[in-house]
Design a protein around this ligand. Sequence first.
Ligand code: UD1
Ligand code: UDP
Length: 381
Amino acid sequence: MDNPDKPLIYLIVGARPNFMKAAPLIRALEERAPEIKSLLVHTGQHYDYEMSKAFFEDLDMPDPDIYLGVGSGTHAEQTAKIMISLEKEIFDNRPDLIVVFGDVNSTLAASVVASKLMVPVAHVEAGLRSFDRTMPEEINRIVTDILSDLLFTTERDAIENLRREGIPDEKIHFTGNVMIDTLLTFADKARKSDITERLGLSDRNYAVLTLHRPSNVDVPEVFDGILEALAEVSKNIPVVFPVHPRTKKRLAEFGFLDKFSSAFKTPPAERGILLIDPVKYTEFLALEMKSLFVLTDSGGIQEETTFLGVPCLTLRNNTERPVTLEVGTNILVGTDPHRIIEESAKILRGEGKKGAIPELWDGKASHRIAKIIKTKMEEQK
Ligand code: UD1
Ligand code: UDP
């Protein structure tokens, strides 16, 4: 039987990018701090098989201990539903700490609920700022960080951002990037994946595209311009496009499936934009590793491509991950179709950006975090 005096922590996940961040910490806590009982709470923000369960299987994660099943909604609806369900869980079980990841609505909702019930909050991936409050994630980051007791950062710029916002140094821990822990753990499995063969792609002879930011896919003119550019790029190199559910809805709603029907292809195909469903982590990692370059508006993918040394064109005007620009392979190209075509052409000519691996992106971030959590639990006794 569990010792009732064992410290209890909740790890809160909800959306796709949370799963690869939580997976290594679950393992590190088991190894380094077996005296802590940790429960995995899934809010249900993402719920399709390929946006959720596929990652639990692929990353050998335990099933969630608590599933809140909130689903989709407006920001207020989704955040409120998570808060109501989670408040009850926290009230009943009184965890000693909650750990939240990244910048999604589940992260914000959990931090607010826990703080008001005086449960300390640990934030993995703290301090990132795009300085763009039209981005819903920026609000989530600011609120989560101000409420957190332990702030784990992935890069030095994040430390400066937190200091500027008045967060005391003793709360900030530069621990590195847990996404890279997962990448290193699963790199071999990814290398063995046959996804490129199945899609008819050959190594370094295709590009990968992902899009899901509301500023890109919810605005018809912007989305149209990006697709115009990609239709042009894909005359020279196939572009594989795993389509996020938000983006899938907009493609249909804006009539783009018809408008770009000559560019959109079903794999295998030698040219064109190859539309596929979202793929599991090790398959996506395989696609990134073997590609010539990546075009994306994702946060995590900017980091993975930097680590892999694959050129990344970020289809945004800003990034909360400046180390990928300063040290890595990332370039901000915005959404101007001419610029997207021009930067892609440079890579096709062999002039892709080269980079190095940022500090502490070494596969050990989750162990550093587990150690600090262990100390915190001992102090709280
Ligand atoms: C969310 C996060 C974003 C993160 C992204 C990762 C917020 C505010 N946004 O954006 O930061 O980068 O996840 O992928 O938290 N849908 C489905 N099936 C699902 C999930 C969503 O069909 O399993 C559809 C629904 O129509 C939903 C829409 O996608 O309304 C958007 O989902 P939501 O979680 O609100 O935001 P994302 O765009 O996924
Ligand atoms: N990813 C995946 N399958 C896909 C697309 C992305 O496994 O079809 C992974 C990707 O490797 C990265 C994470 O999802 O680890 C990034 O999540 P997403 O782009 O949804 O969110 P963001 O990082 O922008 O918050």
